[in-house]
Ligand binder design. Structure first.
Ligand code: NDP
Length: 458
């Protein structure tokens, strides 16, 4: 079926996000779905010639091995405008160059995004226009409320796509399928049978020249406040009746509204650390504080850990620990669900009786259920076994799934305004305590599992 044209208007088209993530994903999406005609309009303050813009787009597409008739059609019609996107007249002109229901993608620094929202209040927006925003959604709870207010003056909430590429279609659908299409998991999915849940996103990569952004954000804001709380909401939510935006986002909202720091105090529920020089995967990495652009006095953490409670019948008493860091020895991206131990081990059985653990790995999407079974040599001696499965792979890059939802006008997996505010509310006491120095900043050599005295997770 031939679909009507969508225009993707990228504000900040010459930036890192656009060329490294957005455009390659667009190329891949169009290669897989050539029936979906898309016109691409780029805008930024960079003075790019039309030819230079085309070669940026072509290079981004090549990096995703994108080709075919839809790619050729897009390259023939794409345009680029050198403008200040905070200027209302410039925005009006840009929108005049768009066809169909345009999607405006704010690939801009957050402060500039706010100015563009102000400028758009003086612009007549086309019917059906959609707005796609990148994290961070505000810089704190009040900032997120203010941003929501500005956006609400422009378009209805269902036209606002607050992007979280961790909530790509395939990852979320895999989680929902595992939980809600099997009777074996859902009856156990509560404080009756689960002891703890850890959501871990450890990277081996260091700063990679992103000091300008990262040194102001740190691991807590970069990962936990945004992505990991969203993943937690999907892991902990009640079964939605449908996959509609209203049902999925309501279910996530209920979880986040019930979430509080464990023990009520950041001192008990959070830890932070920063990497010193070390060796990661045989590569020598300098200390974080020696990286160009880093201000050591900012005390930015490169490893953050926060434990929360979800105060509902289902979850009260189960600690959810969210952790993410850079320059760690091992790359780990997993949700680790540790069940309570068996209430009684029949006398006569011996060996391993560790609790069962379900590991759900993110990228690549795999799962492993670790259980105790009677060993092959002596059936009275228990041994550990792992039942593994691989989820259906995502057909698209994470940003391809994001763009597909945007073009489809389905905001189910994007972050609703109220939940963006909740995520700031949850971490606000931690941010204050860390700023005040109430929680010490530990250190760890790059390439290790973190500070030596931190108990390992999962
Ligand atoms: P960059 O600084 O690389 O790019 C910003 C872009 O905005 C540039 O094209 C810049 O043009 C343009 N710009 C800034 N001010 C104006 C203005 N007044 N008028 C016109 N153009 C302007 O940022 P990123 O691409 O890294 O990030 C963009 C957003 O994406 C941020 O919100 C970030 O948090 C988010 N993000 C980024 C990720 C990444 O890996 N890069 C990952 C996830 C989210 P010029 O250079 O000419 O000023």
């Amino acid at each position: 079926m031939v679909q009507s044209i969508s225009t993707l208007l990228v504000l900040g088209a010459s930036g890192d996000l656009a060329s490294r993530l957005l455009l390659p994903a667009l190329g891949q999406l169009l290669t897989r779905h050539p029936e979906r005609p898309v016109r691409l309009v780029g805008a930024a303050s960079d003075e790019l010639t039309h030819a230079a813009w085309k070669s940026i787009v072509r290079a981004s597409f090549a990096s995703a091995e994108a080709s075919g008739p839809a790619i050729d059609a897009l390259l023939a019609t794409t345009s680029y405008h050198t403008v200040d996107v905070t200027d209302s007249a410039a925005l009006s002109n840009l929108l005049a160059d768009c066809e169909g229901d345009p999607a405006i993608y704010f690939a801009l620094p957050p402060a500039v995004t706010t100015l563009v929202c102000d400028a758009l209040t003086d612009v007549t927006l086309p019917d059906g226009v959609k707005l796609a925003l990148e994290k961070p959604f505000g810089v704190d709870e009040a900032g997120a409320v203010a941003l929501n207010h500005k956006l609400a003056q422009l378009v209805p909430e269902e036209k606002i796509f607050r992007i979280d590429h961790f909530l790509g279609r395939s990852t979320v659908l895999n989680l929902l399928g595992l939980r809600f299409a099997n009777r074996v998991f859902e009856p156990l999915w509560s404080n009756q049978h689960i002891a703890r849940i850890d959501i871990i996103y450890d990277e081996q990569l260091g700063l990679e020249g992103r000091a300008g952004y990262y040194d102001k954000a740190g691991a807590l804001v970069d990962m936990i406040q945004s992505h990991l709380l969203q993943v937690m909401a999907v892991v902990a939510m009640e079964p939605p009746s449908t996959l509609s935006a209203a049902d999925v986002r309501d279910a996530k909202g209920l979880v986040l509204r019930a979430t509080k720091l464990r023990g009520g105090s950041p001192k008990r529920s959070s830890r932070r650390a920063r990497y010193t020089a070390g060796t990661v995967d045989e590569q020598v990495l300098g200390a974080y504080t020696d990286q160009p652009g880093v201000k050591p006095e900012r005390d930015t953490e490169t490893l953050a850990e926060v434990t929360v409670d979800i105060n509902t019948w289902r979850w009260t008493g189960v600690p959810f620990t969210l952790r993410s860091g850079k320059a760690l020895g091992q790359r780990r991206r997993e949700i680790v669900i540790t069940f309570k131990p068996a209430p009684h081990l029949p006398t006569g059985l011996e060996g391993r009786d560790d609790p069962s653990v379900l590991r759900i790995m993110l990228a690549p999407d795999e799962m492993a259920l670790e259980i105790n079974i009677n060993g092959p040599s002596d059936p009275r001696v228990l041994e550990r076994a792992s039942l593994t499965a691989t989820f259906g792979p995502g057909q698209l890059l994470a940003y391809g799934e994001v763009l597909e939802s945007l073009f489809d006008g389905d905001p189910a997996l994007s972050v609703r305004g109220d939940t963006a505010v909740e995520c700031w509310r949850i971490v606000a006491p931690v941010l204050t305590a860390w700023r005040d120095g109430t929680v010490p900043l530990d250190d760890y050599p790059a390439g290790t599992a973190g500070p030596a005295d931190w108990a390992p997770l999962g």
